[in-house]
Design a protein. Structure first.
Length: 403
């Protein structure tokens, strides 16, 4: 059996600012001579910024299913499932590749129904874990339910992808989501070239009224509980006491906790040194204006902001959680600190603020690592090869059974 083009249906809950949207948009740029891509995604939440413009210039067919949004709603989820099933029957994909938890559940369920009713048509189910929600997001009871649900869907999947080795080990050894033979690591792939440009440094600093001698510490992430911005706030209060040099904290992102964080900054007496910038599309310029980038998450998949910062030549400080240690090599490209330790975070930031040579050394090593491991070209090559391998293996199995 020959396939003129491999038909790929890509499903994601929504294209909001963040790693999953960036990753998915890159994969919509698979070679159109070899692949015919359709992408289905849902509506944004009220505090989320849109990144659907990343699909401009691709040949992918775009299908919007509003009910695919992140929030769980029984009626809307049933509607989303029905629309996905109809789409699958129309496209007749060879690969259904899902991203994020809800889209992964509905997409793989619809794909399983399609395969049951069209058993002669080879259709592989692939799911990418960009992180997991098994800790730090829900109560222990809900987390256990999430684990059980993912085990069921993993059994339906032909292949499960993770963005880091640590996340693969979590899925295989800690939570027993799937056997090791089914789980592969394919690192995140991004367009990193824009972060080589540092020309925006002076402009952004003037816009934000940052003194030329100030050290700028930047955090880029959603303002939600799992990102633990409160840790950064409390560390900033300690840093302000220890540093004679002026420090400015830039917090880039939006979310439910904006009001709470502003009040916390006021209560800690550091409001004058904090800038809440909301979502920004000029991140290369924001990084250019920065000296250190920080991430304080309680749980993390593969942190896009740290990869971008490293590509920009910046040293990073982050909590050693989830897939962060797979991105940041402690002492070489940045500094890792225990989750929840205010003193350790403050000490790590202070050390970088005080030592320009150390900042430059870590930044150079980080840039080299980012461009070695996290380019979009490498991602596209690996995923394209995986799709062809899965279909080839399936055809061999089908022929053997027929014989």
């Amino acid at each position: 059996m020959s396939i003129e083009r491999i038909r790929v249906l890509r499903v994601i809950a929504r294209l909001n600012v963040g790693g999953p949207a960036l990753h998915t948009a890159v994969l919509c740029k698979l070679d159109p001579v070899r692949f015919q891509t359709t992408i289905a995604y849902g509506s944004l939440g009220p505090d989320e910024a849109d990144m659907s413009d990343l699909l401009r210039g691709t040949t992918a067919e775009v299908v919007i299913i509003p009910e695919l949004g992140r929030a769980l709603n029984p009626f809307r989820d049933v509607v989303a499932f029905a629309k996905l099933l109809l789409l699958i029957f129309r496209v007749r994909p060879h690969i259904i590749h899902t991203h994020t938890a809800k889209a992964g559940s509905l997409g793989r369920a619809a794909g399983a129904v399609f395969r049951l009713l069209n058993w002669r048509h080879r259709c592989c189910l692939v799911h990418t874990f960009h992180g997991h929600v098994f800790e730090g997001y829900f109560s222990p009871a809900k987390s256990r339910v999430a684990v059980l649900v993912e085990r069921r869907f993993a059994a339906l999947s032909d292949c499960i992808l993770t963005l880091s080795e640590r996340l693969r080990l979590d899925l295989v050894e800690r939570f027993h989501i799937a056997p090791s033979t089914k789980v592969r690591v394919v690192p995140l792939g991004l367009d990193l070239e824009p972060f080589l440009d540092s020309s925006g440094r002076s402009m952004v600093r003037r816009q934000l009224e940052i003194a030329p001698d100030a050290c700028v510490v930047t955090c880029v992430s959603r303002l939600v509980a799992v990102k633990n911005h409160s840790l950064l706030m409390r560390a900033a209060a300690l840093i302000a006491q220890a540093q004679a040099r002026p420090i400015v904290i830039l917090i880039v992102g939006g979310g439910d906790l904006l009001g709470d964080l502003k009040r916390e900054a006021e209560n800690l007496g550091i409001a004058a040194s904090i800038r809440f910038l909301g979502w920004r599309r000029d991140l290369p310029a924001v990084y250019a204006a920065s000296d250190v980038v920080v991430l304080t998450s309680l749980n993390e998949g593969t942190p896009v902001s740290l990869i971008e910062a490293m590509a920009a030549g910046l040293p990073v400080v982050a909590t050693a959680v989830g897939g962060v240690p797979d991105v940041v090599e402690n002492g070489l490209t940045g500094t890792l600190v225990p989750s929840g330790s205010v003193e350790a975070l403050a000490d790590a930031i202070n050390a970088l603020v005080a030592d320009r040579d150390l900042r430059c050394s870590l930044g150079r090593a980080g840039r080299e690592r980012a461009f070695q491991r996290y380019t979009r070209e490498e991602l596209i090559t690996q995923v394209a090869g995986l799709y062809e391998e899965l279909l080839l293996t399936g055809r061999r199995t089908t022929h053997a059974l027929a014989g």
